[in-house]
Design a binder for this molecule. Sequence first.
Ligand SMILES: O=C(O)C(=O)C[C@]1(C(=O)O)C=C[C@@H](O)C=C1
Length: 382
Amino acid sequence: MPKEPPKTDSVSLDDLRQQIDSIDTQIHSLLNQRASCAQQVAVVKQREFEQAQKFESGSDSSSAQQLLFYRPEREAQVLERVKKANNGPLADDTVAYIFREIMSACLALEKPMEVAYLGPEGTFTQAAALKHFGASVISVPQATIDAVFAQVESGQCNYGVVPVENSTEGMVSHTLDAFMNSRLKICGEAELRVRLNLLVAQGGGEGVKRICAHQQALAQSRRWLDANFPKIERVAVSSNGEAARMASQDPATAAIAGDLAANQYGLSKLASDIEDQPDNTTRFLVIGREDVAASGRDKTSIVVSAHNRPGALFHLLEPFEQANVMLTRIDTRPSRTEPWNYVFFMEFEGHQQDPKVAEILQQIEQQCVMFKILGSYPKAAL
Ligand SMILES: O=C(O)C(=O)C[C@]1(C(=O)O)C=C[C@@H](O)C=C1
C-alpha cells in the first residue's frame, strides 16, 4: 500500500527545496563514497587474482583463473536486499532500478564492460541488455544470434544477450541451437515486458504500403493487424530495429517496434500497445565465459540427450519429483546428429553447487548419451 503523503500545511516550497538540496548533497557524497569502495574492490580483485596465479604456476593445477570484475551473484543479492529493505514511498522495483544504475556506474569504474546483443540498435534485446547491466555498459550490436555467441567466445565482448523465449510465440529455437556447439555459459536472465508500437517517419502515416517487423513481432500483433490493417502487406525483416531503420528512410514503410527503436530513429507512433496478449513478455539470456557463484535465488540450465528407450523422458524427470525441485522449463529440439533424434533443454530452480541439485545432475547424467550443464545463474531480479 502506498504511504499517505506527509502533511504540508506549514511548509513552504522554498523550505522543501532546501531540504531536497541538502539530501542531494548527502546522496551525492554517499554515491562517490560507494564508487570509491568499488574502485578499491577492483584493486583487491586484481591482487587476489595475481596471488592465485602465482600459486597456480607453482603447482601442477590446470584450472585457468580468470579476473572477474562483474559478479552477477553479488549484483542479484544487492538488488534483492534493497527491495526487501524498502519501506517506500518509492516502489520496490523503482528502488531496484536506481541501485541497478548505481552498480552499473561502479562496475564501469572497475572495468568498462562490452556487451554484445542481437541488434541493430533499438531492438528489445538491447533494451534487455541495458535493463540487466544498466546504462553504463558499452552495448555492441550484432547482426545474428551466432555473431553474439562468436563475439563472446572470441573475447571481443565480455558478455552477450540473446532472446530465448516469448510468452506469446514460444522459444527462440536459434538460441537453443547455438548452445549446442558453444562452450559459453549462461550467466543470467532478463525479462522484458514487450510493448509494440506501429511506427512511421515523423509527419508520415499517409500512404503506408507495407508494415515491416521481425516475424515474432508480426505474430505477436497478428490479430491487431488483421483488424486494423487487413489489406497492407506485412514484411518479415531481420529485427524490429531494422524495420524501424527502414521506416525512418521511407514514408511508405511502417515498422512494428518498441520505444527504444522509436526514440533511436526519431519515429512517430501511429498506435501503441498493439500486441495481442496484454502481458506479452520476452525472456533473454546473458552469456559469458565463466561459471557464476550461487546467489541464493538461482536457476540451472542443461541440455541432454537420453538413451533411446521406452520411458526415457519419464526417467529424466523423475529425479526432480523425488528431490522436490521445481522444473521451470523443458524444450525439445532435433539433435542435428541423426534424423528423429532429440535433445532436451531443461531449466530448474537451484544452483549446481546445491547438494540437492548436484545429486539430480548426477542421476540425469547417468541416463544420457549427451549431457551438458549450460550454467547456474541468478533468477531475474528486475
Ligand atoms: O562486490 C563486488 O564484487 C563489486 O565489484 C561491487 C559491485 C557493486 O557496485 O556493488 C560492482 C560490480 C559487481 O558486478 C558487483 C558489485
